[in-house]
Design a protein around this ligand. Sequence first.
Ligand SMILES: [Zn+2]
Ligand SMILES: [Zn+2]
Length: 320
Amino acid sequence: MAREQKDILLQPGPLQPPWQTSRRIGIHTSTAGGVETAAERAYRLGCSTFQVFSSSPRQWKPYELGGAQCETMNRLRRQYDLKPLVIHANYLINMASVTDEFYAKAIAALRGEMERGLNLCAEYLVLHPGSFRGLTRAQGLQRAAEGIARAVEGLDLARGGLTLLIENTAGAEFSLGGSFEQVAELIAILEPILPVAACIDTCHIHVAGYDIVSNEGYLLTLQHLDETVGLKNVPVWHCNDAKAARGSKLDRHQHIAQGTVGAEPFRRLLNDRRTAHAAFIAETPIDQPGDDLRNVEALKKLVDDGASAGRKPARRKPRS
Ligand SMILES: [Zn+2]
Ligand SMILES: [Zn+2]
């Protein structure tokens, strides 16, 4: 299959460690051939962090994860200094579903995500906040909180170092997380239940209507985010350019610097001192082979690490 031949795993590995930046940068990485293969792919793509699905994102039936797979993943992450590991939860999960059957499935699926996250020693699990269609907003929030509490019953997430991240959405009707205030509200409700913070997606910010494109807009939007969610509570950013216009509420990701967001907002974000603790992960499309590598490189080149902000030797030597 042509697509398989292009797999970076089937090409010779890099002769020297990929250059790294002072910011943790990565991309959503394929787990074809087993979840543990993603660490090698991420390294070859020049990442210092990465995101995966721990099971098929559009099917309810989860993969079985073996102990050996988790060990391989951990060994490669140590060797290549890849952190954090972010897992994106299944798209089918709606923790505020009005339908009892789908609500029960969502709880079971989220529990599976949590268990696999703990087994893989992942730091973060990203969850879309869900849709309260058929309920009032208050009922939806309540249902989501109760469902999440049931999903994590008996799991020691704090000990396992796993934090749930609520992602802001593109702002569609009935979404529980279409604004910074809504994300903050959900986090506040969940805080007594489990370790929780936010994942903020640049495409979703933009199409939800916030201005991050103009310099002034960027400053105001980040200030607003800081006053609601708190920038310190955003350990992961999803860095995606957008195909659709600001305020369109259309969630279509585009390659970095090639969409309606453009390069400058990413440059500001990646060099903003207030976000220095965070990981920056692209979820950009792969239209052509090599698009994943090009998007990682595009983000890395925007990090200003002093005078020679271009290609440079690895700052962090991988341990072997
Ligand atoms: Zn995202
Ligand atoms: Zn999206």
